[in-house]
Ligand binder design. Structure first.
Ligand code: GAL
Length: 647
């Protein structure tokens, strides 16, 4: 265990293993059976109270803690730590009836009703007041309980409601805008309201970007995205403020949702003591292991490399996809160990015991409907034992030499309706990540204004809407001897979503040695030179000032013979510009890694090799066995199996 391991008053030394535990759905005698099975399975932590508000506060200001007292004591007696939720994710009916104005409103004016969950508008003063009152009561009652391991604030903020277009949200939006712009003329300039007669004369006139007859103002929309992410964070912060005041020694988290578009997690991470994440890779999708790896790398990076907790995953099938494929034998263990390999100090699932009623009754759990005599429970036990044997990995770090920029405002801006072509931001990231993953190269994710200093390679793709400081941050990479790779649609706009004139790219033009004269969406095409072969989605008329042309477009009308991939050397460093999506993107990656001196291996399909601390995990996601060379050893790994090598 290293100094980075999560420290709590309990001094817990095992990895987290357990899940969401909702005993209020069961008679009391089932709880005793739960404890017996938890002990058998090696459960160390249970997340409790996530959806318990209505049970904890059955009437306004009237609390019923008796059952939770009992549960906390029971967990403690059985050696299970409590990740205690603040229970504010789903307001009770009395609160909705008393304050119907807490219900969220969609862009077209529809009011969302009680009967599901997360039916609150983030800007609601009534919601926040009642939520923080409950949090204070919980903190005062359980702050010194010996079972308390951590606070779990809310649950999956924004999962169902992350944009609220109500009048109350409009009021909050105006306050946020006044803070950002100071005066209305600055807002007019930023939003480009000279266009289509959209000028405002006072903040009171400004609304959220509700449904409009034609193309809603792009900067208004982008600012509303920023505001909405901040507004949800204000809910989180309101609860955290109470917890820090009442229980300063107890670590705090909230469960993220991987690459979730609607919240800028960089701006949330510092509020938390540790990052936790929920991830449900689709068992049917052959790309799931790669996509899951990418999300796990994001979580590690959000915590600055410190360990994080996988807070939710399914032991087998979920119930919310169109088709819910089960996880075949071995897959759950593989995806769990993938998280450990990529920096997690705990593996939790949704949920402990499968519900008998409600809309998640067909969601897999650690104890399925069939009970303990089942494949799933046997896997649950086996995983618990394996994680117990890995406990001393706690706090160990992973070292990455390659970083990819993740920029939420660019994600929002790139996918607006008024863009030159419908591009997916995640797809831009995935293309590069996939090529690196297949070559066994570990990647950190970084914010555009984050510290890029420690990386030999930095990749920015589709980072379309960047502030000047971020563009300069990227430009600094080749200057200090690193390899910078810039993919198309990067720095085309500034942070107000205004076009950067004179060839886009802003201050990246100089280090790249190119400017972009014309954007040229391409359905398909091809290039010659580096990564020779088909390309898709995108082209550009790139004008080279002082860069080497590594590949040119072939055919595609006016693009024929024009630069597609360029490189400008800067001493030991270099800046690459990639103006299209080559099918053989791996060839570009190999060139960049070679220039950077970063080693890589061509891994068999579905295999990943990840080093954390002094352990190397060889994970074979494929249904056939494989042999991989790790250092000077040939390692044989069975189908859907893992080898953990030490030293
Ligand atoms: C998460 C949520 C859990 C449960 C789970 C089902 O979004 O936090 O409460 O609903 O999904 O997959």
């Amino acid at each position: 265990m290293t100094d980075d391991a999560l420290r709590t008053p309990s001094g817990m030394t095992s990895l987290w293993y357990g899940g969401d535990y909702n005993p209020e759905q069961w008679p009391r005698d089932v709880w005793d059976d739960d404890m017996r099975l938890m002990r058998r399975a090696g459960v160390t932590v249970a997340t409790i109270g996530v959806f318990s508000w209505a049970r904890l506060e059955p009437r306004d200001g009237e609390y019923d803690f008796a059952w939770l007292d009992d549960l906390m004591d029971l967990l403690h007696a059985n050696g299970v730590r409590a990740d205690l939720a603040t229970a504010t994710a789903s307001p009770p009916k009395w609160l909705v009836d008393k304050h119907p104005e807490i219900l969220p409103v969609t862009a077209d004016g529809t009011v969302l009703s009680f009967g599901g969950r997360q039916h609150y508008r983030p800007s609601s003063a009534a919601y926040r007041a009642h939520a923080t009152r409950l949090v204070r009561a919980l903190a005062e009652r359980y702050g010194t309980h010996p079972a308390l391991e951590a606070w779990h604030v809310g649950n999956e903020y924004g999962c169902h409601v992350s944009r609220d277009y109500s009048d109350e949200s409009a009021v909050g939006f105006r306050v946020w805008l006044r803070e950002r712009y100071g005066d209305i003329e600055s807002l007019n300039a930023a939003w480009g309201t000279a266009f289509w007669s959209q000028r405002y004369t006072e903040f009171a006139q400004v609304d959220p970007p509700r449904v409009t007859p034609a193309g809603t103002n792009p900067t208004q929309t982008l600012d509303f995205d920023r505001y909405s992410s901040d507004e949800l964070r204000a809910c989180l912060r309101a609860e955290i403020a109470v917890l820090r005041e009442v229980t300063p020694g107890i670590p705090i988290t909230t469960n993220f949702m991987g690459f979730f578009k609607n919240i800028d997690y960089w701006t949330w991470a510092d509020d938390l003591d540790f990052i936790s994440d929920d991830l449900y890779p689709d068992p049917e999708d052959p790309e799931s292991p790669m996509l899951a790896a990418m999300a796990r790398d994001l979580m590690r990076s959000l915590g600055g490399g410190r360990p994080w907790i996988l807070m939710e995953q399914a032991t087998s099938a979920v119930n919310w996809r169109e088709f819910n494929a089960p996880k075949p034998a071995g897959m759950h263990r593989l995806l769990s160990l993938q998280s450990i390999a990529r920096g997690a100090d705990g593996i939790m699932q949704f949920q402990w015991r499968a519900s008998q009623a409600g809309s998640e009754k067909f969601h897999a759990a650690m104890v399925p409907h069939a009970g303990e005599d089942s494949r799933i429970f046997r896997e649950t036990e086996a995983l618990g034992a394996e994680l117990a044997s890995l406990a001393d990995i706690r706090g160990e770090r992973c070292e990455a030499r390659v970083a990819m920029v993740v920029d939420w405002p660019s994600w929002w801006a790139l996918e607006q309706a008024s863009m030159p072509s419908r591009l997916s931001y995640l797809e831009q990231l995935i293309r590069w990540y996939r090529a690196l993953w297949r070559r066994g190269v570990l990647v950190d994710m970084v914010a555009a204004t984050g510290d890029l200093g420690g990386y030999d390679v930095v990749i920015a793709a589709g980072a379309i809407s960047l502030e000047d400081a971020a563009v300069e941050n990227l430009a600094g990479v080749p200057a200090r001897g690193g390899q910078l790779v810039v993919g198309y649609q990067t720095a085309v706009l500034d942070e107000q979503a205004h076009a950067r004139l004179g060839g886009y790219l802003g201050s990246l033009q100089e280090p790249l040695g190119v400017r972009v004269e014309e954007l040229w969406p391409l359905r398909t095409g091809s290039i010659a030179g580096l990564a020779e072969g088909p390309v898709s989605e995108w082209g550009e008329l790139v004008r080279v000032r002082d860069a080497q042309v590594l590949a040119t477009f072939v055919g595609s009308d006016d693009l024929d013979g024009q630069p597609a991939i360029t490189r400008k050397a800067h001493g030991d460093g270099a800046a690459f510009y990639v103006a299209t999506a080559p099918e053989r993107i791996g060839a570009v990656v190999e060139r960049v890694l070679a220039d950077a001196g970063v080693p890589w291996t061509a891994l068999p399909e579905g295999v990943e090799v990840v080093t954390r601390g002094d352990r190397t995990f060889v994970l074979n996601h494929a249904p056939a066995s494989c042999t991989v060379t790790v250092g000077d050893r040939d390692v044989h790994v069975g189908p859907r199996d893992v080898m953990v090598l030490r030293g």
